[in-house]
Design a protein around this ligand. Structure first.
Ligand code: PDD
Length: 285
C-alpha cells in the first residue's frame, strides 16, 4: 500500500512528500515534534501530546500552526489514509520557510507542518518485551533545554547508533553527577530493592514523557509506591528491575546495562504489570 503524508495543507503521495530547501527545520533544526501511539486506529493520549506540543512551540516562540482540534483532525486523517491500526503518528512543526538567516524570519512567516503515520510491529514489540532489552550508557552531551521536544536530535542519533553498534537497543545518558537522565528516545526507570518505582524528576534535564506521566498514575492505581528521584548506573545495576517508557515502546523491560545483568537478567513482574496497566490508563480517542 502506498503511503501518504500531510505536508503544509496537502495529503501527498510518498514520493511527492517534500519540504522546501529553506525550511528552517531542515537548515537549523528549528522546530518541534510529537510522536503519538496509534492503537486500534485511534490516537493515544492526544490531549496530553497537544499540550506538550503547545508548550514546546511556546518555549521557542513558534506560533501554533492551527488549533489543537484541527491538528487532531489532520493526524486522524493521516492515520486513516495510511490504514494504520497499531503504530505511530508523527507531527512536526518548523518555524517555516525563509531566506537563511539565524535570527527569526519576518513575523507572519507560516510554520511548516508535516504529519506521517506508520504501522509498528506489535507482535515483534511484545516478543521484545518478553525478552527485555540491553542498554549502554554514555555521557549526556545535549543542550540544557531537552525538556523542549525539538527536532535537534543529533546527540540522540549518535547515542542510539552507539547502542546499536554494541548490540543494545537503547542508550542511557548520564549527567556529570553520574545520574542517569533518560534514554536517547525514552525515559528511564528502576524498581528499587525495597520495591519503589523510581524515575528522575521532569526538570529541564529530561523530556517529560507522556508515557511517564500516565504511568505515574497507573503506579498509584496498582498499589505501588512511586518515587521521583535521580539514580546512578550503579543504582540501576543494584535494582530489582529497570525499564524504559516511550509512546512507541510503552513499558520496555531492560535486562542488561553495559553488558551487566539487571536483577536476575530477566524482565521483572513490576515492568510486566505496568506494561499491562498502562494500556488501561492511557486515553484512547
Ligand atoms: N521519543 N525522552 C526522549 C529523549 C524522547 O525522545 C522520548 C520520546 C521520550 C518519551 O516520551 P513519550 O513517552 O512522550 O513518548 C523521552 C519519541 C517516541 C521519538 O522520538 O520517537
Amino acid at each position: 500500500m502506498s503511503r501518504i503524508a500531510y505536508v503544509n495543507g496537502r495529503y501527498r503521495p510518498w514520493r511527492d512528500a517534500t519540504v522546501h530547501v529553506e525550511d528552517r527545520g531542515y537548515q537549523f533544526a528549528d522546530g518541534v515534534y510529537e510522536v503519538c501511539e496509534v492503537r486500534g486506529g485511534r490516537m493515544v493520549d492526544e490531549r496530553r501530546h497537544m499540550a506538550r506540543l503547545e508548550r514546546s512551540l511556546g518555549e521557542l516562540r513558534i506560533a501554533m500552526p492551527m488549533s489543537p482540534a484541527a491538528l487532531g483532525i489532520v493526524m486522524r486523517e493521516t492515520i486513516r489514509r495510511n490504514r494504520v491500526e497499531n503504530g505511530i503518528v508523527y507531527l512536526q512543526v518548523s518555524r517555516g520557510v525563509a531566506r537563511r538567516d539565524h535570527a527569526f524570519p519576518l513575523p507572519g512567516t507560516a510554520p511548516a507542518v508535516v504529519v506521517t503515520a506508520r504501522a509498528l510491529d506489535s507482535v515483534g514489540n511484545e516478543a521484545t518485551a518478553e525478552k527485555g532489552i540491553a542498554v549502554v550508557t554514555l555521557p549526556d552531551n545535549r543542550w540544557a533545554r531537552v525538556d523542549i521536544k525539538t527536532i535537534a536530535l543529533l546527540p540522540n542519533v549518535l547515542a542510539k547508533q552507539a547502542a546499536r553498534e554494541q548490540g543494545a537497543r537503547e542508550a542511557w545518558f548520564v549527567d556529570r553527577d553520574g545520574k542517569v537522565t533518560e534514554g536517547s528516545s525514552s525515559n528511564a526507570w528502576i524498581v528499587t530493592g525495597d520495591g519503589k518505582v523510581a524515575t528522575r524528576a521532569a526538570d529541564t534535564a529530561i523530556l517529560r514523557g507522556i508515557t511517564r506521566d500516565v504511568l505515574i498514575g497507573a503506579i498509584a492505581a496498582e498499589g505501588l509506591t512511586f518515587e521521583e528521584r535521580p539514580f546512578t548506573v550503579a543504582d540501576a545495576l543494584a535494582a530489582r528491575e529497570a525499564f524504559l517508557t516511550s509512546a512507541s515502546q510503552i513499558v520496555m523491560p531492560i535486562v542488561r546495562i553495559d553488558g551487566k545483568p539487571v536483577g536476575d537478567g530477566k524482565p521483572g513482574p513490576v515492568a510486566r504489570a505496568l506494561r499491562e496497566a498502562f494500556r488501561r490508563h492511557a486515553q484512547v480517542a
